[in-house]
Design a protein around this ligand. Structure first.
Ligand code: ATP
Ligand code: MG
Ligand code: MG
Ligand code: MG
Length: 448
């Protein structure tokens, strides 16, 4: 059976093109006009990440608050999904998918049908039954657990998560993917036997979140938060500090204390844990964790049989990560004014190769550029499928380099004059956060 699959892949390769990713074939309409969205008073309505993402054809607005993700943006999102999947697996998270179409009765049971009010996208089916498009899934997941009548304490904790589109009729959708009406969220739900183990679970998820942000190379602030609509007693938010952030954070200069201003008493001016001075910064909320206690399990009677065989309510937690928001917020904090910078691990492509201009003296080096597309992944397998060839050879190297700078892929290789000299050198440009470094490297050095 395995051999059959190999043979099939060979056949596919023969019929498909050579597998090279060529810029001339990419559907990523770059337009400097997109993104200059101005309001009636001529004020710019976009932020840096939205403007850059629109101008480079990563996203297109479909309707206010909804966006098309073009191919490179989707690649970045998919990489982020894989990264988050790994961290969820590391804490025993099991991936599930719950329907987006959620019955109104679930929401009426917890009163959120009314309390969440106009933020819910409500609709009716042909029988006039109420539904809403899921903005989050505490009700749905709790009902699943409640239906397991013989759940034993030995089966807990349960940790299930999904990465799906959520719908919220935001009062002010804005800043592109940062505040959409339809967006991708990772939501994890946990069910524990006691408050104590629920707190351990809560800690574990917090550590997984730090690993997510560290792997992305993002500086984040974890603050105490107001649990808001979701309810519960213990809650933290994860923020990326940025001027356009909509939340005000109070952060202690002396200790690790931080809190969302909403969660602090009006007259609290100094740090509640060390009395140090608090400073105010703006943050973009990228994640939120809640210890829920029995708030939802009591409504749906989600219980387990304890070691005495008695039914007992589950202690729950819920944990959100805004996937599309993290992408946009990362570009917001890492990018230059006119050049995108990606968290390296989720850049849509890692390597961008620029061959010489057609008709130039070094034109014969184009062959070398093509070869690099094969040799690099042979020597460095993690770069398979990660190489873009800018084959628009009617353009000067300079013009294409400018696009490469704007697109911000981590490594740009220019195959120019030096490639034809006896020591065969390439220009390797490393584009990381806030800095661009150019190295002249030999073929051997390049492949190390
Ligand atoms: P906000 O305060 O920005 O409205 P929220 O507190 O309502 O967010 P949560 O209910 O905590 O959001 O949802 C979990 C995560 O989902 C948030 O931390 C955020 O990263 C993401 N998120 C929430 N609303 C949006 C949105 N409209 N667009 C994109 N991501 C969002
Ligand atoms: Mg909100
Ligand atoms: Mg919030
Ligand atoms: Mg929140």
């Amino acid at each position: 059976l395995l051999n059959r699959e190999v043979a099939h892949t060979r056949v596919l390769r023969r019929y498909l093109h050579d597998g090279r990713l060529r810029v001339s074939n990419m559907f990523q309409p770059m337009s400097t006009r997109q993104g200059k969205v101005t309001g009636s008073k001529g004020k710019e309505l976009t932020c840096k990440s939205q403007r850059l993402m629109l101008q480079t054809g990563l996203i297109r607005q479909a309707h206010p608050g909804t966006f098309h993700l073009m191919a490179p943006a989707l690649r970045a999102v998919e990489k982020l999904v894989r990264l988050v999947d790994q961290e969820m697996a590391s804490i025993g998270g099991q991936k599930v998918e719950m329907p987006t179409l959620t019955p109104g009765d679930l929401w009426k049971a917890t009163d959120r049908w009314d309390t969440m009010g106009t933020e819910l996208f409500k609709l009716q089916d042909r029988h006039k039954a109420d539904y809403c498009l899921g903005p989050t899934h505490e009700e749905a997941v709790t009902e699943i657990v409640a239906a397991q009548s013989n759940l034993s304490y030995k089966q807990l904790p349960i940790k299930v998560y999904q990465i799906t589109r959520k719908f919220r009729d935001e009062r002010r959708p804005r800043f592109g993917l940062l505040r959409g009406r339809e967006f991708l969220m990772k939501d994890l739900y946990t069910f524990d036997t006691s408050e104590e183990t629920a707190c351990d679970t809560y800690e574990g998820v917090g550590q997984a979140y730090s690993r997510v942000f560290n792997r992305l190379g993002l500086d984040y602030v974890r603050v105490e938060a107001d649990p808001g609509d979701i309810g519960g007693s213990l809650s933290h938010e994860y923020h990326l500090p940025a001027d356009i952030g909509e939340d005000q954070l109070l952060v202690c200069a002396k200790c690790s204390f931080g809190a969302n201003k909403e969660a602090m008493a009006e007259d609290q001016t100094s740090c509640p844990s060390c009395s140090g001075p608090l400073s105010l910064t703006q943050g973009i909320e990228v994640g939120h964790t809640f210890y829920l206690g029995t708030k939802y399990s009591s409504v749906f009677n989600a219980s387990f049989l304890n070691n005495k065989g008695q039914p007992q309510l589950c202690e729950m937690g819920c944990y959100g990560l805004g996937m599309t928001r993290i992408l946009a917020a990362a570009l917001e904090v890492l990018s230059l004014d006119d050049q995108i910078r990606w968290p390296g691990v989720i850049a849509p492509y890692q390597v961008y190769i620029i061959p010489p201009k057609k008709g130039s003296k070094e034109e014969s080096a184009s062959q070398l550029a093509e070869e690099l597309c094969d040799i690099i992944p042979q020597q460095l397998p993690h770069l398979r499928g990660e190489i873009l060839l800018d084959d628009r050879s009617h353009m000067t190297i300079g013009k294409r380099l400018k696009d490469a700078n704007v697109l911000g892929y981590p490594y740009v290789i220019v195959v120019g004059k030096q490639a034809l000299e006896s020591d065969q050198k390439f220009e390797l440009i490393q584009q990381t956060e806030q800095q661009t470094q150019t190295h002249h490297v030999s073929r051997t050095e390049l492949l190390q």
